[in-house]
Design a protein around this ligand. Structure first.
Ligand code: 13P
Ligand code: SF4
Length: 299
């Protein structure tokens, strides 16, 4: 199917396609909206179409569905998943709530609907600072991304931020030795890293940022070469926006994001895929955490 036929089918089926920066470029190229987790969540609140295709991993489809309970939400591959989303359990949250009267649970958007339903706020790497700044409670259980939590908690010395030990396997695998080696190889290139990387890595780079934060920071640097420490799918956006720059992307490959294929999007448009389902009681409670995130970021 050529791109024009796909667009026609999409219009006919009243469908909109969202894609994360980490999916393959051929998928990003046909999407209506491409962005980071925060951008996608914000855009999700403005959808007019009846059918939403979320080209990303499972928790992203769930988030779309929670924010659009009356629409049909599809994922190109229902098995495309984020391992970090399953690293925290409801029981761990309940235990922490027993321990502290004055506790807020802040969950990274890379979490299941069930975990969001047991949390007070959601956050993404792009808005974690704003969300934590909006929390009134003294004690904060930050789940599941321990690296993101550890990379931000020094900005809130007045809070007791307890970080869970979950992590993104592919970002967590980057080491400060990798940074040293890359700097040696490309001495003129500043290093940009996603805060899902370990604190010792973040301490050794020039800029930390969410995927959109990295793209923005690259736009501001005069450097002609940049080292990028996040999932390699980001390269498509970087090269499109900054054709004059050279990028060296460390091999960070997310298996889940790489399971998103154009052919499966075509199958959805032809009516051949099951849709995402989130039980209503879970969805309503999870939406509160997402709404609290969106409200914290309004200004
Ligand atoms: P952002 O989209 O918030 O940069 O997060 C990256 C990620 O790991 C998405 O799964
Ligand atoms: Fe999850 Fe990491 Fe993949 Fe993001 S890059 S979806 S955090 S495994």
């Amino acid at each position: 199917m050529n791109p024009e036929e796909l667009m026609e089918l999409k219009r006919e089926k009243d469908a909109v396609i969202f894609a994360h920066y980490y999916v393959d470029k051929e998928v990003q190229a046909i999407a209506d909206y491409v962005g980071d987790s925060f951008f996608l969540a914000k855009k999700a609140t403005t959808v007019k179409e009846k059918n939403i295709i979320m080209a990303g991993v499972y928790f992203m489809g769930e988030t779309m569905k929670i924010l659009n309970p009356d629409k049909h939400v599809y994922l190109p591959d229902m098995k495309a998943d984020c391992p970090m989303a399953h690293m925290i359990t409801v029981e761990e949250i309940q235990e922490m709530r027993q321990k502290y009267d004055d506790l807020a649970v802040v969950c990274y958007v890379n979490s299941t609907a069930e975990i969001k339903a047991h949390s007070d706020y959601c956050c993404t790497s792009a808005n974690v600072k704003k969300v934590l700044g909006a929390v009134k409670e003294k004690n904060i259980f930050f789940v599941p991304d321990g690296n993101l939590g550890a990379n931000i908690k020094h900005l809130f010395p007045e809070k007791n931020i307890i970080c869970h030990s979950g992590h993104c396997p592919v970002h967590h695998a980057v080491t400060s030795e990798d940074v040293r080696r890359l700097r040696e190889e490309y001495p003129n290139a500043p290093v940009f890293a996603h805060p899902e990387c370990q604190p010792e890595v973040i301490e050794s780079v020039d800029v930390q940022g969410s995927t959109s934060g990295i793209i923005e920071a690259v736009g501001k640097t005069d450097a002609k070469e940049c080292i990028i420490l996040t999932e390699e799918g980001i390269l498509w956006e970087l090269e499109n926006r900054f054709p004059e720059k050279k990028f060296y992307v460390h091999e960070i490959v997310c298996d889940g994001m790489k399971q998103v294929y154009l052919k499966d999007i075509v199958s959805i448009l032809k009516g051949q895929k099951e849709e995402i389902f989130v039980p209503e009681d879970v969805s309503v409670r999870a939406k509160r955490a997402l709404d609290n995130m969106l409200n914290a970021c309004e200004n």
